[in-house]
Design a protein around this ligand. Structure first.
Ligand SMILES: Nc1ncnc2c1ncn2[C@@H]1O[C@H](COP(=O)(O)OP(=O)(O)OP(=O)(O)O)[C@@H](O)[C@H]1O
Ligand SMILES: [Mg+2]
Length: 458
């Protein structure tokens, strides 16, 4: 969930007011609609969090028919959207009716810049909170694979493939960057199969020295080599009836690839130093973060690092696991889940994330994926004694461009800027008139425009 500039739809036909809103919401991405048709066009095109809606619009600018018709459309099509309704002095009753029909809040014209800014800010915050809550509830309702947390469509698809192929014996190759959950999914494939009562045996092909990997996989007989004091079964044999998980398969040395291929073709092994052929029934799941097979240029096949024939044996089904940054909303969902898990585990009491931590989690790129997220949260829970975890506790570089505490000078500047904007709106951008309203000279006024970076053209 990348946190960009907030988009707001303002449905208002009065150009003067549109100008004022532009100044008021200069840090928002504003889209204006002047009538119902244009409004509906935007409502169909964008997912909207907050809409400002003037009830009196052409062709009925003094009534409310257009406003209510739009309100009805938005509540039907985007029921989670926060709609703030604007009404004239005498139309308080209509505003209240709008609330009963699903609007979030209302204000009476003339517009007070500060009031409306706060109202909009609050609506966005509430929307974000509710959205987070919806994700959590969705997750609670649908735990598909044990221990796997996700609410995004991409992972839904991955889970659907896992569920479908789990009961079969096909070889599955899991492709995903470090920490994306390859091992977790390999476990799911096992748990959801008829082999679940039998062993799940994992071997990390990248972590075992080349000279030991053969004995790890195939085992050895007593006396096969110096130090072989007794017969030892290999991992393949240990997985009999169950699932063999070959992790980091891309690191398997070429000589071992040949031996593994032979096993996959014939389903028999010979222990080192043994003469007997032993039939083994295992289901093979493998995983790698490497691109073993590059469709466009033949990839590593050409460089002779990974055998093509082995690749095709292992990859009857290929599952691509997306990076965490590409799973909408999942980072936050996982973060909450890990927060609860570790707060319980370390008996730290109830913990939550503060507002900026939520934003930071949503915008950080998570190069180490779920593993990194889990580690950062675990560390924050252990290291912090506060009930609210901040982005600093998570040690994420995050800059929202705002300081927590405003000093008096900043408050004065904000109110000065907003007064200038109001005056500009009132005088429709006329410089002399605005300077007169503010009781200052034109040069002073120009100085202030420059200081506050106010663009009159806007
Ligand atoms: N969707 C998920 N929901 C909950 N926990 C997850 C999810 N994905 C991964 N995890 C957890 O994140 C950690 C890393 O996952 P896993 O070991 O399966 O990843 P991996 O792809 O095998 O990583 P690596 O390439 O580093 O070996 C584990 O603790 C796992 O339980
Ligand atoms: Mg792994």
């Amino acid at each position: 969930m990348t946190e960009g500039i907030r988009k707001i739809l303002i449905i208002e036909d009065d150009e003067g007011l549109q100008r004022q809103y532009k100044w008021n919401f200069d840090n928002y991405d504003i889209i204006f609609a002047g009538d119902r048709e244009q409004a509906l066009d935007y409502i169909n095109r964008y997912d909207l969090k907050v809409v400002l809606l003037d009830l009196g619009l052409p062709p009925d600018p003094d009534g409310t028919t257009e406003g209510f018709a739009i309100l009805n459309e938005i509540t039907q099509r985007q029921p989670n959207c926060k709609i703030i309704v604007a009404s004239g002095h005498e139309a308080r009753a209509s505003a209240i009716k709008a609330i009963s029909l699903g609007a979030y809040d209302f204000y009476q014209k003339p517009v007070d810049a500060d009031e409306i800014r706060f109202m909009v800010e609050r609506a966005f915050n509430l929307y974000d909170l509710e959205q987070e809550n919806r994700l959590l509830q969705k997750q609670q309702k649908a735990p598909r694979l044990r221990g796997l947390i996700s609410a995004c469509d991409k992972m839904e698809k991955v889970c659907a493939v896992i569920e479908r192929v789990a009961p079969t014996n096909v070889s599955v190759l899991l492709l995903g960057a470090s920490g994306t959950g390859k091992e977790l999914l390999a476990h799911s494939l096992h748990d959801l199969s008829e082999r679940s009562e039998k062993p799940f045996v994992a071997i990390n092909c990248g972590a075992i020295p080349e000279n030991l990997i053969e004995s790890e996989l195939f085992g050895f007989e007593k006396g096969a080599f110096t130090g072989a004091h007794k017969q030892v079964k290999g991992k393949i044999e240990m997985a009999e009836g169950g699932t063999l998980f070959l992790d980091e398969i891309g690191d398997l040395p070429l000589a071992m690839q040949v031996k593994l291929l032979r096993f996959l073709q014939e389903r028999i092994i010979e222990r080192i130093g043994g003469r007997k052929e032993i039939a083994v029934d295992v289901r093979v799941v493998s995983a790698t973060h490497q691109q073993l097979h590059n469709q466009s240029d033949g990839g590593v096949f050409q460089e002779n690092q990974f055998r093509e024939d082995l690749y095709y044996r292992l990859s009857e089904i290929v599952v691509n696991i997306p990076d965490l940054k590409d799973r909408d909303g999942d980072a936050l969902l996982l973060a909450h889940s890990f927060l609860n898990k570790y707060a319980n585990q370390y008996q730290k009491g109830a913990k939550t994330f503060d507002h900026k931590a939520v934003k930071a989690i949503g915008s950080y790129q998570w190069p180490g994926n779920v593993r990194e997220l889990e580690n950062r949260i675990k560390r924050a829970v252990i290291m912090s004694d506060n009930s609210k975890i901040s982005f600093k506790d998570l040690q994420i570089d995050y800059d929202d461009g705002q300081n927590d505490v405003m000093n008096l000078k900043e408050i004065k500047q904000i109110s000065e800027k907003s007064t200038i904007i109001k005056a500009l709106a009132q005088s429709k951008g006329n410089i002399s008139e605005t300077a007169r309203l503010l009781g200052i000279s034109r040069p002073t006024f120009y100085g202030l425009l420059k200081q506050y970076n106010i663009n009159i053209e806007k």
